[in-house]
Design a protein around this ligand. Structure first.
Ligand code: NAD
Length: 363
């Protein structure tokens, strides 16, 4: 095992942190874009994530502003209109949404609805000529995701998935660690689970959620194993467990799975709606990195075999949306495009097939 002094390590980290702050995925080059240039975002679905994470993040962002809303609840429309000083012409219901095509003041539609509604609203947004951000999971099947990508391509609009951790320094450091400073990654452990409450919520209904813990938070563990190794998995084995078959009659409660990567690296992961777990552990040939907590809104924390990670704490969603704004200004594809969302759905479908067959499934 190569020996690195504490000073080497800090120097490495310093370099890493500087690189992170100037990496193309985080906006820092204020010279390239005029300070007052902003893209206007319309949020579709004003539930928890829109109200308590995305709207406040838009307010903190550098290149975005809240330009409109789409909601099925008139009382919410009234409240948001006052709070964010929105003009009547930029407030839509799900029925009037398509008129957004004529609204020059909206650049981006951000779909924040239950998972099975993503496809419809992304395609309608694309047909209206708007760039789109779609929350994770981007769809409830590979087929749907492919249709959404095709619709955005046909309309000539950009499609991005709400993968905020690509713009978060601790997870970016995990991805950088996997690129080889400490040799090849051999093993990854990535797990995300929490105890879900209200048994009547849409997340427990297959028709709206598409699946259970796997679709909701297991997807983060899949993402982490993919960016930790820098590879796409080639096969999977998986096992499902249910401790409450009544509450989880419609969707998965707890799933363990194992991914094999082309280099021989293996990822062992777990997701659950029964109890809390939130960590990433990467074991490379001559070092390791651990994030815990790894995937929540932060502040996140981590260490390596050489000491704690000291990295900037950022607002994930503001960084994510600012990056998309930059993609629009510079006419670039997002690093978290529809294709990235599609890759995770391919893995998820393979995990569900592996549970059904009890064997190893090729991806
Ligand atoms: P939520 O239940 O709080 O909000 C859902 C919204 O959809 C509500 O405004 C509701 O009125 C509306 N809606 C419209 N039709 C509906 C229907 N038929 N049934 C239920 N609600 C309906 O959910 P949320 O937590 O805001 O999640 C929304 C999306 O955002 C999901 O896809 C979720 O995976 C994603 N999300 C992402 C993150 C992240 O960190 N990236 C975090 C939370 C949620």
């Amino acid at each position: 095992m190569p020996h690195y002094s504490r000073r080497d390590f800090i120097a490495r980290l310093g370099l890493g942190a500087t690189a992170l702050l100037t990496a193309p995925s985080i906006i820092s080059n204020a010279r390239a874009i005029p300070q007052d240039k902003k893209i206007s975002i319309a949020l579709v679905g004003l539930g928890y994530y829109s109200e308590f994470q995305l709207a406040p993040a838009i307010m903190k962002s550098q290149y975005c502003r809240l330009g409109g809303i789409v909601t099925g609840t008139p009382a919410k429309a009234e409240k948001w209109k006052k709070q964010y000083n929105l003009p009547d012409k930029s407030i839509y219901s799900y029925e009037t949404f398509d008129r957004i095509a004529n609204n020059k003041d909206i650049d981006v539609v951000y779909v924040v609805l239950p998972n099975s509604m993503h496809r419809e609203f992304v395609i309608r947004a694309a047909k209206a000529g708007k760039h789109v951000i779609c929350e994770k999971p981007m769809a409830v099947s590979v087929k749907e995701a492919e249709e959404m990508i095709a619709a955005c391509k046909k309309a000539g609009v950009k499609l991005s998935v709400g993968y905020r951790l690509h713009f978060e320094p601790f997870n970016q450091e995990a991805a950088r660690f996997g690129k080889g400073d400490f040799g090849k990654v051999k093993m990854v452990e990535s797990s995300f689970g929490f105890k879900i409450g209200d048994p009547t919520q849409w997340r427990l209904k297959k028709a709206l959620a598409g699946g259970g813990a796997m679709m909701d938070v297991g997807i983060y563990a899949i993402q982490a194993s993919r960016y930790s190794t820098g590879e796409e998995p080639i096969s999977v084995t998986a096992q499902e467990f249910k401790t409450d078959p009544v509450k989880f009659k419609d969707v998965d409660e707890t799933i363990f799975w194992q991914l094999e990567f082309p280099s021989g690296a293996v990822a062992s992961s777990m997701t659950s709606y029964a109890s809390y777990i939130e960590r990433l552990y990467i074991s490379a040939e001559s070092g390791w990195l651990e994030l815990n907590p790894a995937y929540g809104y932060g502040p996140l924390a981590g260490k390596t075999h050489q000491g704690p990670l000291n990295l900037p704490i950022v607002n994930h969603q503001a960084a994510q949306m600012d990056d998309f704004a930059k993609c629009i200004f510079e006419n670039k594809e997002s690093n978290v495009s529809g294709e990235e969302g599609l890759k995770d759905l391919k893995v998820i479908e393979a995990i569900y097939r592996a549970i059904q067959t009890g064997g190893k499934v090729k991806i």
